[in-house]
Design a protein around this ligand. Structure first.
Ligand code: GLN
Length: 491
């Protein structure tokens, strides 16, 4: 059954449909792999084995009764930021330890309606604050391509699990790059949809004007299949967009002749890793050979994006995280009075990076500083968005690297938060502008570490981005590039 690892979701569905495999067997295949390899990778926080078997049995029963569906019986891993009814949800924080959500996030409900199989909750940076998963308060997840390196973050668990074949697909979230950067560093596909395209009801909030839910998958067609199931308006999420969802698989396979691709000069910088630069050049020439037109453009306010994000992201986080006070959720540390209890609970329950952001965020929102920082950041955000508006007058999509480097070593940047923040310099601007952006494997460096390419689209233009990504993926055939971990993990 090892070739299951190379199968797309629709190929697995075809096997299930023909009864060549049952959903229970498929779930067991992944659970066995988790048992065998997750001691190394450490992608999971909680493997919900019994639930997985139960859901797989239900899926089998449904298939016996003639039911069909694109995700019926497909095993997923879920970032531990989504509320899952009756399954502990921690956001990788001590402060939420033991928290059992009384309801499912809308996206989980949608996956359940599609009869998916839930393998477990995946590791992440605490409250999604980080770029390496080293900020998880439980353990560090490793990059399956090189266990001495980070998988990226904050959705490091989902990216590593998909890359190492520890689930068929995963759900993550992205505030400033948390789906795309780990996807890029682990060699999988990750998509941050347009702000408002996917419901965030039941998602633990970090920065509410930025957070968005999206899939991490082995390839582009799986990404489209998952998007078909999770996208759409939700009356429980006031920021969700009331527009119909197109069929995202419909355009896969259509050519891209005449597609206008913008190449923003601010994303091709001197400090960029030479392998990343080379992979980008080769990739752009593939798009050109497929008939796309490359257009040099400029997004002049790019250099202010990381600073703007640090103000907006921390401000919103400080406000969102005020709810963890020892009364409503998870951890509680008793004190001499209620204020002391709040203080002790928060002191003990939050990790270093989360505290840093709460302090910074409270500062930029405080009276006297609000105009200088928060309001100003909002204005710069508008300028960044206008740069993109201007670019999309002459381009259909933009292509940039996902990260300036490949996966760095565990511990390399933990003492230097600023350098860590800068690893998101290419993913943050499109987040601030609310645009959809997708990360796609495009090559390897000399150490066989994956390199990611980012496609940024117009609002709600995910279908076109996936169409372009699919063409590239088919031509490049990245699976054939000899990778380091696959051989080892295929045993
Ligand atoms: N790495 C970025 C941060 O630390 C983005 C995180 C995210 O998108 N959730 O904030």
């Amino acid at each position: 059954m090892e070739n299951l690892l190379d199968m797309t979701i629709s190929e697995m569905r075809a096997l299930l449909k023909k009864r060549e495999i049952t959903a229970v067997e498929l779930a067991s295949f992944y659970l066995k792999r988790i048992e065998r390899y997750d001691n190394d990778v450490m992608a999971y926080l909680n493997v919900t084995e019994d639930k997985a078997h139960e859901m797989a049995r239900i899926a089998d029963r449904k298939m016996e009764q003639g039911e069909d569906g694109p995700l019926l019986g497909i095993p997923f891993g879920i970032k531990d930021i989504f509320c899952t009814k009756g399954i502990e949800t921690t956001c990788a924080s001590q402060i939420l330890k033991g928290f059992m959500p009384p309801y499912d996030a809308t996206v989980i409900k949608k996956l359940k309606d599609a009869s998916f199989v839930h393998l477990g909750k995946l590791n992440m940076d605490e409250f999604a604050m980080g770029s390496s998963t080293e900020n998880s308060s439980f353990h560090i997840t490793k990059n399956p391509w090189d266990l001495t390196r980070i998988p990226g973050g904050s959705s490091g668990g989902p990216a590593a699990a998909v890359a190492a074949g520890l689930c068929a697909a995963a759900l993550g979230t992205d505030t400033g790059g948390s789906i795309r950067q780990p996807a890029g560093l682990c060699g999988v596909v990750g998509m941050k949809p347009t702000y408002g395209r996917v419901s965030r009801y039941g998602l633990i909030a970090f920065a509410s004007s930025l957070d968005q839910v999206g899939p991490l998958t082995r390839n582009v067609s799986d990404c489209a299949i998952v998007m078909n199931e999770i996208a759409g308006f939700d009356s429980m999420d006031s920021t969700s967009i009331p527009q119909p969802v197109p069929n995202y698989t419909e355009n896969l396979g259509k050519d891209i002749a005449g597609l206008r691709i913008g190449i923003p000069k601010e994303y091709y910088i001197d400090g960029m890793d030479s392998h990343v630069k080379k992979a980008m050049e080769e990739s752009l020439s593939i798009f050109e050979k497929q008939g796309a037109i490359l257009i040099d453009i400029s997004l002049p306010h790019t250099e202010y994006a990381v600073a703007t994000y640090c103000v907006i992201g921390t401000a919103e986080a400080s406000s969102n995280l005020a709810r963890y006070d020892g009364v409503k959720y998870g951890l509680r540390t008793e004190g001499k009075d209620i204020a002391d209890m709040y203080k002790k609970t928060r002191l003990k329950g939050f990790g270093k990076e989360v505290k840093r952001r709460i302090i910074l965020g409270t500062f930029v929102l405080s009276s006297g500083y609000y105009d200088a920082y928060y309001r100003k950041a909002g204005k710069v955000r508008t300028l960044i968005r206008r740069d993109f508006d201007e670019a999309f007058k002459s381009c259909d999509i933009l292509i940039t690297p996902v990260s300036p480097t490949t996966a760095f070593r565990i511990g390399e940047k933990t003492e230097d938060p600023l350098t860590m923040y800068l690893s998101d310099m290419f993913t943050i601007p499109s987040s601030l502008a609310g645009l959809p952006a997708l990360s796609l494997p495009c090559g390897f460096d000399d150490n066989s570490l994956p390199i990611g390419l980012q496609i940024i689209g117009r609002p709600l233009d995910e279908a076109l981005m996936m169409q372009a990504a699919y063409v590239f993926e088919s031509v490049k055939n990245i699976e054939k590039i000899p990778g380091a971990f696959r051989k080892e993990y295929l045993l």
